[in-house]
Design a protein around this ligand. Structure first.
Ligand code: UD1
Length: 327
């Protein structure tokens, strides 16, 4: 099938592009390279250097293959994702995440693209009321970032009803790791997420890891999250595309490993796997962080036959270290 991947040069987008190529699809990547990387592009995929805020360029890209039957699906992963930044600079998130997505949706309609795979987030839920969090859990985002993801899910619902676009909203829990086959090497710039911060400390780019609180109600006092390997996420995108196109139905699913891992467990595993000391200091809690967040991915399993296969702690750290050790 012909797939347009918007944000396909980014951390998750490039893994998704690789997975679609591996499955024999024809892939076009559309990216402004603001956080995406040229080194994340594959020669087998067509690349369009463009911005989702430039509607003319975007609609040209989305209608590009019309004469050849058009794109069968569009995968949208072009968004800012720093939770803290979204609270101090919501305007940036309104413009890029919301306005940008409206452009993408309208371009998809113009291009006659019927399947839309959207990179959503567990941030739509906010503070968990029960665990594991399933899709029926109330949505009450605590960050502006999470709010933008939830609003986009609502737009998708309307475009489904009014324009017949079938979507898959994939609510990632904590995405981590690198391609299990070692084909992707593009590092994120200025990462704020835990595993890249730990990797940068192992490499000496940072002096230490700050652990945000050890007085949570968790077994070792540090925050517990559901880390899901980016290769597992990539597979889920391909399965979701198969689902929406075969069943002519939209879905919203959680993607998580269903396993909780604490900050300390990750730091200790990273010390063991990298052989580096990785200094860590306990600092105060970070505002808005829940003690524990874990997913139920039963719905993704039931509907897509998807289960995380690569999301165990060692695989998350080993595949990350394979990339960071060489910088
Ligand atoms: C958040 C979002 C997630 C989003 C992701 C993108 C929520 C509930 N989750 O995940 O949906 O996709 O950001 O950026 O909003 N930690 C430290 N030291 C650090 C960094 C993190 O101790 O330097 C701790 C955190 O307190 C947390 C865990 O590590 O317990 C994971 O943090 P992080 O990687 O930032 O992800 P989340 O905030 O869980």
């Amino acid at each position: 099938m012909n797939i347009l991947i918007v944000g396909g040069a980014g951390y998750i987008g490039s893994h998704v592009a690789r997975e679609f190529l591996d499955r024999g699809h024809s892939v076009t990547v559309f990216d402004n390279l603001s956080s995406g990387k040229r080194e994340n592009l594959f020669p087998e995929a067509k690349f369009i250097h463009g911005d989702i805020l430039d509607y003319t360029g975007l609609s040209r890209a989305a209608t590009d293959r019309r004469s050849a039957g058009g794109f069968d699906a569009l995968v949208h992963l072009a968004a800012f994702k720093a939770v803290g930044e979204s609270m101090v600079n919501p305007e940036k998130y309104s413009v890029n995440n919301i306005n940008g997505t409206i452009n993408i949706l309208n371009a998809a309609v113009e291009g006659g693209i019927k399947n839309f795979i959207f990179s959503s987030s567990a941030a739509v839920f906010g503070r968990p009321e029960y665990l594991p969090v399933d899709e029926a859990h109330p949505t009450n985002p605590e960050s502006y970032y999470g709010f933008t993801k939830l609003e986009i899910e609502r737009f998708l619902g309307w475009y489904d009803k009014l324009k017949g676009i079938r979507f898959a909203a994939l609510r990632y829990f904590n995405a981590a790791g690198y391609d299990v086959k070692g084909r992707l090497k593009g590092l994120e710039s200025n990462p704020a997420n835990l595993i890249p911060v730990i990797m940068e400390t192992a490499c000496g780019i940072r002096k230490e890891v700050q652990i945000f609180g050890n007085d949570y109600d968790t077994p070792d006092g540090t925050g517990v999250r559901d880390y899901v390997h980016v290769s597992d996420l990539a597979i889920a995108h391909a399965m979701a595309m198969d689902y929406t196109s075969k069943n002519d139905k939209s879905i919203t699913v959680n993607l998580g490993s269903e396993t909780g891992i604490s900050v300390l467990e990750i730091v200790e595993a990273a010390r063991r796997i990298t052989g580096k000391p990785i200094p860590a200091t306990i600092v105060g809690r970070r505002a808005g962080d829940p003690a524990k967040l874990t997913a139920s991915s039963k719905k993704a399993h039931d509907l897509l036959n998807w289960t995380a296969q690569y999301s165990d702690l060692d695989m998350l750290i080993k595949t990350s270290w394979e990339v960071y050790r060489n910088i």
